[in-house]
Design a protein. Structure first.
Length: 202
């Protein structure tokens, strides 16, 4: 259990760091995010065509993907979580540019915090899903804080945080072959869409 928590902590830190770096560079040039997206497409295609490339991508010490991929995710039958992140960021940036930053910050910090809290403190599952009450509550509070620090009003932040928590809850951890149902895609797009829509009604 301790080893799993340490591995998850390392993945969480790398998850947040890589997303924040990608965000910072994308704010200077959208071409960087587009470039990463097409690199992701190439990796998805090549790992399906070549077992050797798949082995290198998921197991080589030189591959950064190895260190951010959970053991159960190392399969060419699934769409990699990293590609879902890039896809969600790209859609959020192109469709909701004014809400790109907070939506990505939620993905960078609230998502790994929720998983760590759920693994460490959460025992009771939400309905029949893999999510825990502690993890979902952590996600909601983290999202609320991020949005309020981004200067959104309390009510707007709370409603969007609730929507994002629901999306994270209903996202499908398996199968990961449907990118639009992965939390890494739903969270940034859902937060950006919510921020664009909710203030009109409140």
């Amino acid at each position: 259990m301790k080893k799993e928590m340490t591995s998850e902590l390392v993945r969480g830190i790398l998850h947040a760091l890589l997303i924040v770096i990608t965000l910072a560079i994308t704010l200077k040039t959208t071409a960087f995010l587009v470039f990463l997206f097409f690199v992701g497409v190439m990796i998805e295609v090549l790992t399906r065509l070549s077992p050797k490339i798949e082995t290198w991508v998921y197991y080589s010490p030189l591959s950064p993907i190895r260190y951010i991929t959970r053991p159960e995710e190392k399969s060419n039958k699934d769409i990699h979580a990293g590609f879902a992140v890039l896809s969600g960021m790209l859609v959020s940036h192109l469709a909701f540019p004014n809400f790109f930053i907070p939506s990505v910050l939620v993905l960078a910090f609230a998502d790994p915090l929720a998983r760590l809290a759920g693994q460490r403190l959460g025992a009771k599952k939400v309905l029949l899903r893999e999510r825990t009450y502690v993890g979902s509550a952590t996600f909601f509070v983290s999202t609320l804080i991020i949005l309020m620090l981004s200067t959104y009003p309390l009510l707007v932040s709370a409603v969007v945080a609730a929507i994002a928590t629901l999306l994270e809850l209903i996202s499908l951890p398996r199968p990961r072959c449907i990118i639009f149902l992965q939390d890494n895609f739903l969270i940034p797009v859902g937060v950006a869409f919510g921020l664009s829509l909710i203030p009109r009604f409140l």
